[in-house]
Design a protein around this ligand. Sequence first.
Ligand code: 5GP
Length: 212
Amino acid sequence: MKHENGLIIVLSGFSGAGKGTIMKHLLASYPGEYCLSISATTRQMRDGEQEGREYFFKSREEFDAMIASRELLEYATFNGNSYGTPRDYVEKLVAEGKDVILEIEIQGALQVRELYPDALLLFVMPPSADELKERLVGRGTESPEVIAQRLAISARESQFMPQYDYLVVNDILDESVKQVHEIIQSEHYRVERNHLTIKKMQEDLKKFERSM
Ligand code: 5GP
């Protein structure tokens, strides 16, 4: 069954919970099924990143101009940098019936919820707080101060978890990827997302009634 509408899907989660990895595997496992929104950011490009692939890298002035001209659907500050979702891409694809995924932090997710009450909000978390800490330590790239700071941010962010629609407990990566796919697919079959299909079924059945 072709779905009636494209979904706006927000994927958030603690730093170190593995949402980026889930996204990469989701796009690879279900090719052509999902579109990933590429954000604009003022943060510095990291090694291995590419303009227009991970982000559109902007100066502060360019980013502010995007805000002023309402080019961003939502934006927020995270760790001293600004991040925002370009509006055109998301609106165009959803209108075409595509599912678009926004991998964004919580303040942005809540703005999306305000704008699009039927957006689907997923929150990725590790199996436990200890596991989150171990993953951050295990990366070996962050100083103890940065790890403490990340954990403090996670503690604040956890206050907003009840505002999401689904939790994804990222223990085994392949299972989390499958779970995200299944949540999105199930969501398409919610009655309130299928008014046209229901109406058509009702009208077609009425036609039988009349012709009998
Ligand atoms: P990073 O700098 O590690 O790539 O991302 C930092 C945080 O910013 C992550 O939680 C990421 O999900 C979030 N982020 C990335 N793009 C956007 C965006 O367009 N809007 C918002 N609100 N957050 C974003």
